[in-house]
Design a protein around this ligand. Structure first.
Ligand SMILES: Nc1nc2c(ncn2[C@@H]2O[C@H](COP(=O)(O)OP(=O)(O)OP(=O)(O)O)[C@@H](O)[C@H]2O)c(=O)[nH]1
Ligand SMILES: C[S@@+](CC[C@H](N)C(=O)[O-])C[C@H]1O[C@@H](n2cnc3c(N)ncnc32)[C@H](O)[C@@H]1O
Ligand code: SF4
Ligand code: SF4
Length: 328
């Protein structure tokens, strides 16, 4: 059985973007009320007294948009300084990153994944649902700031949407040639916006790799990470190319992670809502952390059964929580 040691922690369900594939305009979401959010202290108690003792030592901070979380730098510092933390990372849209990058780095964050779906400001704004001033430039500054501060590896996440940004694959891949940036292409999952997904809203990683191989060639490679990406590189490039292929390949048999929502629900699988535990309510009602460890251990034993199995039968799930609420 796989070691499950990677916890993705959603710090907040709110976001300053409305990406078409994640939380499209017009969709009403029930945001978590402030008093229902895990406080920093509660989150740290759960990490120290529940998750670390049962074997988690790699943590990713996500959202919604994690940089909207008040006192996020303090939280980074507290998790980074735990002696058991072997890996701490963040997934962000980068919009608020430029002025925060140095503080996050100083607090102990050393690697970061930034979403960047297009190099074209108009396409980018269309994808992120912006209705005012273009936001591309500010995200680009955030990426540059992360680079100058020294985040390494610095990864750029691209959700590939047919007819929207799939014509930019080669331009995005080319970023890795001169810069030590790691671009990852993610197959669009039918969670968040099933209408945009349509009959077949994703482009297979195999097709993308073929395009890139035809242009430059492609060899297998590696980069530090805890996720499901298959990593390649253009021969001679400084950075790598990752492919996250949850629609065309199944990587559930090597699944090493669980997810904690901003309101304290522990979820064993992104694409299956079975088995979730409400750790916040248990903690607030006085359940001991020893008992919570037992509940999480039980869920760990159940996880192989819960891991998503609908892919083979083509099942598209209906989910009560979307990607922004789960954390990707
Ligand atoms: N189906 C599925 N998709 C996942 C899973 N983990 C990550 N992904 C997809 O990959 C996207 C990017 O993940 P990131 O937040 O960058 O994290 P990661 O790939 O684990 O990061 P690294 O540790 O740097 O490898 C997510 O938003 C999902 O679309 C998973 O367990 N199941
Ligand atoms: C939910 S976001 C949260 C963190 C941050 N707001 C960001 O966008 O990086 C995490 C990741 O989920 C990805 N994502 C969101 N909806 C998706 C979908 N339907 N299919 C595949 N990936 C998705 C995003 O591209 C992003 O890389
Ligand atoms: S993908 Fe990230 S930035 Fe885009 S709407 Fe979802 S949470 Fe916000
Ligand atoms: S779909 Fe579920 S089991 Fe499969 S890799 Fe993702 S989280 Fe793990």
């Amino acid at each position: 059985m796989n070691q499950v040691d990677y916890l993705r922690i959603s710090l907040i369900d709110r976001c300053n973007f409305r990406c078409q594939y994640c939380m499209p305009e017009g969709v009403e979401l029930d945001y978590i009320l402030k008093q229902q959010l895990l406080t920093n202290e509660e989150l740290l108690t759960l990490i120290r007294e529940v998750f670390i003792p049962v074997g988690f030592n790699r943590f990713r901070l996500t959202g919604g948009e994690p940089l909207l979380r008040p006192r996020v730098v303090d939280l980074v510092s507290a998790i980074a300084t735990l002696p058991q933390t072997q890996d701490l990372s963040m997934t962000t849209n980068g919009f608020l990153l430029a002025p925060m990058a140095q503080n996050l780095y100083n607090a102990g964050l050393r690697r970061i994944n930034i979403s960047l779906d297009s190099l074209d400001a108009d396409t980018f704004d269309q994808i992120i649902g912006n209705q005012g001033r273009s936001r591309w430039q500010q995200v680009w500054h955030g990426i540059q700031a992360a680079h100058s501060v020294g985040f390494d590896p610095l990864k750029l996440n691209v959700v590939v949407i047919p007819g929207v940004n799939d014509h930019e694959i080669l331009d995005l891949a080319a970023l890795t040639i001169d810069k030590q940036w790691h671009v990852r292409f993610i197959e669009f999952m039918p969670i968040g916006n099933v209408d945009l997904f349509g009959d077949r809203g994703w482009v297979s990683s195999a097709e993308l790799r073929q395009q890139i191989r035809d242009r430059w060639g492609l060899t297998e490679s590696q980069v530090r990470g805890a996720g499901p990406a298959d990593v390649f590189k253009i021969p001679g490039a400084k950075g790598t190319l990752g492919f996250i292929s949850q629609m065309s390949e199944c990587f559930c048999d090597r699944c090493n992670r669980m997810r904690l929502s901003a309101d304290g629900w522990l979820r064993p699988c992104l694409l299956n809502e079975t088995g979730q535990i409400d750790l916040k309510t248990a903690l607030r009602s006085g359940t001991s952390t020893a008992q919570l460890q037992e509940q999480v251990r039980h869920l760990l034993r159940m996880k192989p059964e819960i891991n998503f199995k609908g892919r083979d039968s083509g099942i598209v799930g209906t989910y009560t929580r979307t990607m922004s609420q789960i954390g990707g």
